[in-house]
Design a binder for this molecule. Sequence first.
Ligand SMILES: Nc1ncnc2c1ncn2[C@@H]1O[C@H](COP(=O)(O)OP(=O)(O)OP(=O)(O)O)[C@@H](O)[C@H]1O
Length: 265
Amino acid sequence: MNDMRMLEREVDTQAIKFDCENVQVYYGDNHAIKDVNVRIESNTVTAFIGPSGCGKSTFLRCLNRMNDTIDICRVEGKLALDGEDIYDRKVDPVQLRAKVGMVFQKPNPFPKSIYDNIAYGPRIHGLVDSKADLDVVVEKSLRRGAIWDEVKDRLHAPGTGLSGGQQQRLCIARAVATEPEVLLMDEPCSALDPIATAQVEELIEELRTNFSVIIVTHSMQQAARVSQRTAFFHLGELVEFGRTGDIFTNPKDPRTESYITGRIG
Ligand SMILES: Nc1ncnc2c1ncn2[C@@H]1O[C@H](COP(=O)(O)OP(=O)(O)OP(=O)(O)O)[C@@H](O)[C@H]1O
């Protein structure tokens, strides 16, 4: 892809964060994810790409058990976070989601103040002992969300009063406030303009210092700009997974090549 800004910042191979083996997902009779095997590394941005309906969001939602909330959805196989089976009966999905945070397509701040949007998670998970500690967490999270300077003088104004791009950065700040280890992002820029998209992409690069980031995107340019690893899904299968540069310049599977050259999708 000649027009693609190939800014892959390579990473050395990192420790494995998620180890997924033989994962199947069914919605009733619809076999939406077919025997997926993948290892997601720490401190790495991994992009999930593929045509509409190929299962990117479904697989992403397996990683913090968001599919549990869909009655007809059934997940099989092994999904281990740092070696621990996240579908084990001992695992509390609410605790899991504090470790594996999520940012959605459409910014969805709570109808609360900017401060309380961030404070909510640390409060319910009992991560802070005092108001002073909470103030520190709120500031640190808003700084990590690259939005502190824009909101520091109006922390008690409603989060919903911010612009779309600011709301999305607020939601990212909210997701990092519980100190997650992994951040799942489902098309986080699709409702944003190019300037806000660039701000969020820059932020994703910074976040990888502390977190593993997994991003579903329809934009191959975005995948190439922000990720070091790319997974290409097609009809529920993980067709190809590897270094982003290799996937875009030297795909091994003809289906990947067709997709990145625009012949399918
Ligand atoms: N809540 C649901 N209930 C029933 N079927 C679903 C549900 N969510 C997804 N599916 C089905 O699972 C398959 C994969 O969908 P999914 O949304 O994961 O794909 P995707 O690659 O993220 O698509 P898109 O890029 O359009 O968002 C599709 O056949 C879809 O119809």
